[in-house]
Write a protein that binds this ligand. Structure first.
Ligand SMILES: NC(=O)c1ccc[n+]([C@@H]2O[C@H](COP(=O)([O-])OP(=O)(O)OC[C@H]3O[C@@H](n4cnc5c(N)ncnc54)[C@H](O)[C@@H]3O)[C@@H](O)[C@H]2O)c1
Length: 340
């Protein structure tokens, strides 16, 4: 099945990765960038291309890794006609896209998106980048891959904690953009947790279509795309300060944003409880210990901050997000109150 992101030109395929790679890689030649886990699990399926392997975990998403990859590319003799194929989760995709965007001022690239989080979110939308000293995605660019392959069969090897983390971004898309999708998640909690792969395929496709519909209208995040940052101002700070997985950190950030939405009279108590219940049952609110001293500074480094103002995303009902501009001290007080 092929979904097309209209303005960005990316072709998104749901299907068998190893067959699709052969059809999609231009000239049938590529250089693979992947991580050690993926090589162990899937290296035997890789086509006969050079492979550059990186480590795992958010700590590798730094400039040193970019440099190491670039040195490998030079050693391999990669030139402007080379095609980079990232095979992995969000970290591999974010780094591959960034390297491809700057190597010799830009080469073409594609992804085999292997984690639930990267299938529902990270590999779609053209945001690439790395952290600097743990400040999330503080350097990067907008640049779209030629294609993204999402193979739900690869999710069979995904550890439970990574699977649950991926559900965080799926629920986010439902909460901000599609109340029916949220209802469908609520209704299907058991088969989702039992990893019904047909159902997951449908949910992933919906999530991709939702994200693509926003990115098409606002590629560079000047307006509507900001809604996709729901839960992320606090989520990124929690992720950087605690080392918690991305989806769990975002879920904690979403729950605080839901509480602020309730305080602002935008959602009902019943809606707040439905959301909190769904996040809990999915295992997305394990009670991460948050220390305000550690996250306060990280919130101030948020890219959404402009001078003394910050755009904060709230829910105006389930399936509808809005942006609200706050004075920085006001939102910091609210966040401190909810997390302290
Ligand atoms: N660019 C974007 O728009 C965007 C959006 C959301 C998140 N992100 C970024 O994505 C990153 C998180 O992505 P992630 O959760 O995929 O993390 P990840 O890339 O670290 O993958 C999680 C773990 O799962 C392993 N893994 C991946 N696929 C597997 C498979 N099929 N079987 C077994 N193990 C597998 C990886 O080796 C890794 O250990 C964060 O850095 C976040 O900032 C980017």
């Amino acid at each position: 099945m092929e979904l097309k992101c209209k303005n960005c030109g990316t072709r998104v395929f749901m299907g068998n990765a190893w067959e699709l790679i052969h059809e999609l890689v231009p000239g049938r030649e590529a250089i693979i960038i992947t991580d050690i886990n993926i090589v162990d699990l899937y290296g035997d399926h890789f086509p006969d291309y050079p492979v550059i392997t990186i480590g795992t975990g958010e700590a590798v998403k730094e400039l040193e890794t970019v440099q190491t990859i670039i040195k490998h590319l030079l050693a391999i003799g990669a030139d402007r006609s080379s095609f980079l194929l990232g095979i992995g989760g969000g970290i591999v995709c974010d780094i591959t896209g960034f390297v491809a965007s700057i190597y010799m001022r830009g080469v073409n690239f594609g992804f085999v998106s292997s984690s639930l989080l990267s299938q529902v979110d990270a590999s779609i939308g053209g945001k690439n980048g790395v952290n600097i000293h743990g400040i999330k995605n503080i350097i990067g660019c907008f640049n779209h891959p030629s294609f993204v392959i999402c193979d739900t069969n690869m999710l069979r090897t995904l550890p439970d904690e990574e699977f649950i983390s991926g559900l965080g971004e799926l629920v986010k898309h439902a909460l901000i953009l599609d109340g029916n999708l949220f209802e469908s998640i609520e209704y299907n909690i058991k088969p989702i947790l039992a990893r019904d792969y047909d159902l997951l395929g449908e949910l992933i496709s919906k999530s991709i279509a939702l994200k693509a519909s926003v990115v098409e209208k606002d590629e560079k995040e000047d307006g509507e795309r900001r809604l996709l940052n729901f839960g992320h101002t606090l989520g990124h700070a929690i992720e950087a300060a605690t080392g918690s997985r991305h989806g769990l950190s975002v879920a904690a950030g979403m729950m605080v944003a839901v509480e602020i939405s309730y305080d602002e009279g935008l959602i009902s108590k019943e809606e707040k409880e439905r959301i909190s219940n769904t996040l809990k049952v999915l295992g997305l609110l394990p009670g991460i210990q948050i220390n305000w001293q550690n996250i306060g500074d990280k919130i101030l480094a948020d890219k959404k901050k402009q001078g003394n103002m910050i755009n904060f995303i709230l829910l105006n009902g389930i399936g509808r997000a809005i942006q609200k501009e706050y004075q920085l001290p006001d939102i910091m007080d609210k966040l401190k109150d909810k997390t302290g």
